[in-house]
Design a protein around this ligand. Structure first.
Ligand code: PLP
Length: 296
C-alpha cells in the first residue's frame, strides 16, 4: 500500500488524503481519470494515457490542472516518495469544489488533482500466460459519451458485479442492436472463424478507445497482424477461435469462456500469446518510443 497520495499540490499520508465534500467529482462524478501501470519503475504507455487525459478534459471543458511536464514530474516524485516500482497509478481530475449546482461553477474554481496508487505484483510473463479467465455478456447500461474516460462508472460497477455473480472475470457489454461494445473496464477482441483479429471500431465514439488497444493496433501493423475493426455479436464471439480483453491493468488477458461457451480449445490462443508478447515487450521497454493516442 503506497504511503503517500498527492492531493492538490501536497504529498499527504495516504490515510489522511481527502478532497472537500463539495468536490464535483464526489457530488456529480464531474471529472475524468487515467490509470497507468508502473512496471519496474517505468510508466507503461504514459504518452498515450496523458494524450487521452488531455482530450477527456477538453471534452469535459475542465482545464488541465498543470502542464503535462509538471504532471509527469509529480508522477515521478510520487513513485519516488512511495518507493514503489510496480503499481497502478491513478490520476483523477475533477472540476473542483464549489457550492452544489449542476451547471459549471463560475469564478476562480481550480480543478482538483489527485494522484494515488495501488501496489501490484511484479510482472511475470510465465505466470501471465497461465491466467486464463472467463467472461459473460450483460446489457450495456452506460451513457452515450463512452469515449470520455469519465468517472461516472455506476453501470460498469453493476456490470462487473454481474460478471462476478456469474463466476466470470469480465462483463462484455451488449448494445441495443445486439453487438458487444466492450468490457466493463476493458476493450474486447476476438480472432474470428477465419483467423482474423477483430475489435469494435471507435469512430462512433460509442466505446472508450483504450490506450492499450491503440498501441496494439499500431503494433499489429508493424508485426504484420491483420486487424479488422467491426462490431461483433455474442453469438459470433462464442464461436471465435480466440478472445481476449485489453486495458492498462489487465494488459492482454485471454478469455476462454463467454456465457459458458468454450472459446477455441479453452486454452491460450496462438495469436493472443503473440500479442501479449509484443505488447509487453513494447510496454516494458524504457527505451522504446511510446505510441501517441488519437481519438479515432
Ligand atoms: N474500456 C473501458 C470501459 C475502460 O474502462 C477501460 C479502462 O479502464 C478500457 C476500455 C481500456 O482502456 P486502457 O487500455 O486505456 O486502459
Amino acid at each position: 500500500m503506497p504511503r503517500y497520495s498527492y492531493v492538490n499540490g501536497h504529498y499527504v499520508p495516504h490515510g489522511e488524503a481527502a478532497v472537500h465534500i463539495e468536490d464535483r467529482g464526489f457530488q456529480f462524478a464531474d471529472g475524468v481519470y487515467e490509470v497507468i501501470s508502473c512496471v519496474s519503475g517505468h510508466f507503461a504507455d504514459e504518452v498515450g494515457h496523458l494524450d487521452r487525459l488531455e482530450r477527456s478534459l477538453r471534452e469535459m471543458r475542465i482545464a488541465m490542472p498543470m502542464p503535462r511536464k509538471a504532471l509527469q514530474l509529480v508522477m515521478r516524485e510520487f513513485i519516488r516518495r512511495n518507493r514503489i516500482k510496480n503499481a497502478y497509478v491513478y490520476i483523477q481530475v475533477t472540476r473542483g469544489a464549489a457550492p452544489r449546482d449542476f451547471k459549471f461553477p463560475q469564478g476562480d474554481i481550480k480543478p482538483t488533482l489527485v494522484v494515488s496508487a495501488i501496489g501490484c505484483a511484479r510482472f511475470d510473463m510465465a505466470e501471465r500466460k497461465n491466467l486464463l479467465k472467463k467472461a459473460v455478456t450483460v446489457p450495456d447500461l452506460r451513457w452515450k459519451r463512452r469515449d470520455i474516460k469519465a468517472t461516472c462508472l455506476t453501470a460498469q460497477v453493476l456490470a462487473k458485479q454481474m460478471a462476478v455473480d456469474r463466476g466470470a472475470y469480465e462483463a462484455l457489454m451488449v448494445d441495443d442492436d445486439g453487438f458487444i461494445t466492450e468490457g466493463s473496464s476493458t476493450n474486447a477482441w476476438i480472432v474470428d472463424k477465419k483467423g482474423t483479429l477483430v475489435t469494435r471500431p471507435t469512430d462512433h465514439n460509442d466505446i472508450l478507445k483504450g490506450v492499450t488497444r491503440n498501441a496494439i493496433q499500431a503494433l499489429c501493423k508493424k508485426e504484420g497482424v491483420k486487424l479488422v475493426e467491426r462490431a461483433f455479436t455474442p453469438a459470433e464471439a462464442y464461436k471465435a477461435k480466440e478472445a481476449f480483453i485489453t486495458a492498462a491493468t489487465t494488459l492482454v488477458m485471454p478469455i476462454v469462456s463467454i456465457d459458458g461457451y468454450k472459446i477455441g480449445d479453452g486454452k491460450l490462443g496462438k495469436l493472443t500469446s503473440k500479442i501479449l508478447d509484443f505488447y509487453f515487450d513494447y510496454a516494458s521497454d524504457k527505451k522504446r518510443k511510446q505510441e501517441h493516442w488519437t481519438p479515432t
